[in-house]
Write a protein that binds this ligand. Structure first.
Ligand code: GAL
Length: 376
């Protein structure tokens, strides 16, 4: 009798332990981790986040990158809508920015120079006469540390990069964190936190390319874009803002009502000629929840962009040339992807009239951008 009671109690206790560990691992089970290689002695992993709909996002800690986003079209057929490589070698050899987190200063800094508190800082030039996306060994080219978050409602992974003082010319021991959360409503939320021990400048973004047909299936000129921006920042021939905030009214940059990306891209408008298409910062009105939206009439897929940042770079893949082969053997041709990079305005450290980009030890930089997918 006593023995039977003991067996019963043991069974109940084991079941309880089992239940508890299931509860604790709730979020962990929504994220699986595979080896993706190693970079400079650090482990690189591929994380697969699956939400309750069974829709999947893949991430890697190399460049804190989005690797895949698999979402349904209006018939329920799932497809990958973002650029990424099959292997870590693909990332090391290929285009620097696919799906990556870009820092310490996203987009361009004119002539690779800026002055802060009376001191001039010099950055490496990696884009003609300018510094682009944090320089050649910016945050996109680092292996970040990774943590699969536990106890969260949705699958979530946190990446952290600790940048030593003066790396790539930027002052400050800077710690950058991004938490990716993949909700059951197909929202990919990117929460950023950046701290420093010394005054510096910051502009962080994600550089994902999208093609809502599914990557590798034609160009994005037939996608319809809406951008809630009443002005944009015109550029010079090296794509540095001139300082002007030009109203979009009456220009091919007016996306306040939906227009096909390809509708006006070929016009002889000065800024389209200089940019080789759209490659410009839009000054967001920031008045409605959704800041930008792109819809593909053929598949019904929609992406909405929601951000607290003051700008977004619409880049229409004008530098893509078919030399990059991504996941599933897909070839990324000219204008076969668009980016909506939420950001502070390019070259802000040299443009006194733009919103400030100074990061201080007293106040962390906190920001959130969401890419929400759906169908219509
Ligand atoms: C964009 C930038 C483009 C191009 C691209 C990377 O953010 O605006 O001019 O440099 O990144 O190829």
């Amino acid at each position: 009798m006593k023995r039977e009671r003991l067996i019963l109690l043991t069974a109940v206790a084991l079941a309880f332990i089992g239940l508890c560990s299931c509860g604790n691992n709730k979020a962990k089970e929504m994220v699986t981790t595979e080896n993706f290689g190693s970079f400079e002695g650090q482990e690189v992993s591929l994380f697969t986040l699956t939400n309750k709909k069974g829709d999947v996002v893949k991430l890697t800690n190399y460049g804190a990158a989005i690797v895949e986003i698999n979402v349904p079209d209006r018939n329920g057929d799932k497809g990958n809508v973002t650029f990424g490589y099959e292997t870590l070698d693909g990332y090391l050899e290929g285009d620097a920015y696919f799906g990556k987190v870009v820092g310490q200063f996203a987009n361009r800094v004119a002539k690779g120079k800026f002055t802060l508190d009376g001191v001039e800082y010099t950055l490496a030039l990696n884009n003609g006469p300018n510094s682009l996306h944090g320089g050649p060994t910016g945050w996109h080219s680092r292996a970040w540390t990774a943590e699969v978050l536990k106890g969260t409602d949705f699958p979530a992974v946190k990446f952290t990069y600790s940048k030593p003082d003066m790396e790539e010319g930027y002052p400050g021991n800077v710690v950058a964190e991004v938490v990716y959360t993949w909700t059951d409503d197909d929202e990919l939320i990117m929460d950023y936190k950046v701290t420093t021990d010394r005054r510096t400048v910051i502009n962080i973004t994600n550089h994902a390319y999208f093609n809502l047909h599914g990557t590798g299936n034609g160009d994005i000129l037939d996608h319809e874009a809406l951008i809630r921006a009443s002005a944009f920042t015109p550029v010079d021939s090296t794509l540095i803002p001139t300082g002007e905030l030009r109203p979009v009214e009456g220009t091919p940059f007016d996306f306040r009502t939906p227009h096909l990306i390809g509708e006006r891209i070929g016009e002889a408008y000065d800024q389209l000629v200089l940019g080789g298409g759209y490659d410009h910062n839009f000054v967001l009105d920031n008045v409605e929840q959704v800041d930008a939206e792109v819809y593909d009439p053929s598949t019904g897929r929609v992406i909405q962009v929601i951000t607290d940042q003051p700008g977004v770079q619409l880049y229409t893949g004008n530098f893509l040339d078919g030399t990059q082969t991504g996941r599933g053997g897909k070839v990324y041709q000219y204008r076969s992807g668009f980016c909506l990079e939420t950001q502070h305005y390019p070259d802000s450290p040299n443009q006194a009239s733009f919103p400030p980009v100074i990061l201080t030890p007293e106040e962390p930089f906190l920001s959130s951008t969401t890419y929400k997918f759906g169908v219509r």
